[in-house]
Design a binder for this molecule. Sequence first.
Ligand code: HEM
Length: 302
Amino acid sequence: MTDDLPATAQLIHDLLRMAPTSSPGHRALHAKGVIATGTFTASGALAGLTTATHLVDGITPATVRFSHPGGDPNVSDAIPSGRGLAVKLRAPDGSHDLVSVSSPAFLVRDGDAFVELIMARAPDPETGAPDPARMGAFLEAHPEALPAIHAALTATVPASYATVAYNSLHTFLLVDDKGRRQPIRYTFVPVDGVNAANDSETVTPDHLLTELTSRLARGAASFDLVVALGEPDDPTDDPTAIWPERPTLVAGRLDITAIAPDAEPVIFDPTNVVAGVEIPEGDEILALRRLVYGLSYAQRTS
Ligand code: HEM
């Protein structure tokens, strides 16, 4: 565990901003992206598990953002990499943010390890490239990073933002009207299936925006919100730990219908939850994200 979380958050933010491709007017990570709007239609499958009515019934307006994980706002879509999907459900009693990535696991489980990772990946001043020995030493000290590193090394170029599955990685608790808590993790599963780009002619530095624009002109880009039900021994405080296969419910469908002008600054923060959804104790990465996202937001909107 990290001793001083606010100081570590500040250090992480400052280190991320030192990257030569970082740009103060953009996010410190996930800098390249596109905002869109749509709706979430609950299926009713979570009835009895949560008092959050928007997860059980009705249609809730949503703002979403697809992104590339790096800090460079001009990174090419042709570079194989994971992707992000952030969803803000504008629920009756506040914003419920679901912030997800295509990786099956996160790299680290505490802030100090994240600082070590940034240092290990930093370019060597002499060669201008990361030093493989430093990364090797990091992985030896942090074997929990291996599933995420493996996913990064085997990442493909998506054909579309709408053909990627996006995972919460963190655990959340659904709370019912008797105060019972069900740990869950969620995945946005694309209704059109997962599909990597296999025709190099369709891959360009900005093909994902072009593809989304033409896709939405034809109809919605849709995802099922699939919720995995955790069992008592499943870790709830560690986004590096992949759960075994668990029973799932389809909570509802996210239909993304239009690209939105990126005019109003918006922050997607996974700790923005509403009554009926809680954050489990002890997930340091989740606590850190709230702080670092706040610092990044302050810089990009100042
Ligand atoms: C210590 C851990 C992490 C740090 C320091 C970090 C840092 C950041 C920062 C600085 C931003 C930009 C925030 C803003 O300006 O609004 C961001 C965005 C994002 N992060 Fe993280 N992150 C961490 C972990 C994670 C994890 C575990 C996930 C997995 C779900 C994740 C997914 C995302 C996504 C999808 C976005 C884009 C949100 C948007 O479109 O506005 N991050 N992250």
